[in-house]
Design a protein around this ligand. Sequence first.
Ligand code: NAD
Length: 477
Amino acid sequence: MTKQHKNYINGAFIDPTGTMIPVDNPATGAVLSEIPDTPVEQVDAAVEAAKGSQRAWEALPAIERAGYLRAIAAKIRENVPEIAKTIVEEQGKVMGLAEVEVGFTADYMDYMAEWARRIEGEIITSDRPGENIFLFRQAIGVIGGILPWNFPFFLIARKLAPALVTGNTIVIKPSKETPNNAAAFMDLAAQVGLPDGVVNMIYGHGSTTGNALCDNPDVGMLSFTGSVDTGVRIMEAAAKNITKVNLELGGKAPAIVCADGDLELAAKAITASRVINSGQVCNCAERVYVERAVADEFMALLSKHMSASTFGNPLEDQSVDYGPMINKAGLDNVAGLVERAKAAGAEVVTGGEIADLGAGNYYQPTVLAGVAQDSEIMQTEVFGPVLPVNVVDDLEQAIVRSNDSDFGLTSSIYTRDIGAAMKACREIKFGETYINRENFEAMQGYHAGVRKSGIGGADGKHGLYENTQTHVVYLQS
Ligand code: NAD
């Protein structure tokens, strides 16, 4: 019988009720498990449990709360191969990347646990004699964590770890595409003796379960990672209750290649950034601006590396660079964008077609030349292994075109000129810029987008404090 996952509410796994949603392997189409489409009453019960346990949880010393995070991290490390295989089966990434994701998740839990002794308030000078003004950082209350499917295991930690160490409790809703690894996480977390209600996991569709979580007035912050369209819907729901939102949304990362840059390094790093996880990464290089003087040389290198990228079922062939796309809708979206770009005059340098491997959703590694700045494919998030390239006169034009986007998450530049690099740092209006390296953020940084890429951010001190609210106290002595 197909495995049926159970919601975890108030310290107990609850037998599923109502409609079940099948979960499949994107490489084969085989059904792997089923999850409940959690109805409003159970969503509300999960929030109620989180609310009920929050006061006592916040009252624990932060270092004790951190102990639970470390215990979960240790359990994760004991189960890396099993969890990685679960991710590969339901999400389609290659095994090496899945293992990195699982290890990074454990490290992230430990990293956030380290903050337990470093959560600091402020003492502010008063205008009045004998008065002290204190600014405390306190928990918000219940966090609603809504997750995408592309780094599904890590994103649990990115929501849960900073929330818990700062004294919040949490209700997590994984993507319906990738709930199996979330169930594995919950199985491990349930073994470390967390007080009931501190962590709750509910499964379902966004339009039902996710929406019910957003509608609940007892959720103090909605911490969401996903698409811009869903981010808009979440803000609309949050507006009804004036619920704080933390939104990590889509990207359209520009990669600027300067004439003085290391072209081989740039071509390799941009290729790696574009094919990793089949191009389904928010911070991936999504468009290239190359200076005219080196455009032909760079295009030849980029085309060589992109066309050499291999793909296939990652459970059958562990040597492939990337696996299937998450589903048919994702594949059709990429194919449609490329077809319309071709119709608008883009030249296919390599790839440009769906790859038929019999089963699974695969797209060829693709480079498009002659793509206009205002074209759909230069402006829309592709989320697949496709790179449109635009030739620019100089760095100034590359910066202007980079900023000419609804998105503002990550960006990169390849140059040996420190002046050019610093100009880009000052003038590129993005949350992150990578200079002469691939796009991949550090847990001690701050991953945050501007414009439609989001509100607020995650990681590091600033991400931690997103999970707190201030409380100012005036003490007259
Ligand atoms: P998605 O927006 O389709 O779904 C994300 C989550 O939102 C899912 O759990 C879904 O069930 C839920 N959801 C959908 N409708 C909802 C509603 N009305 N109310 C509440 N919840 C709802 O995104 P996806 O396809 O899972 O992920 C891909 C997107 O995520 C891409 O745009 C990518 O750029 C973005 N992403 C961003 C970051 C970042 O850090 N900025 C990281 C990873 C992915």
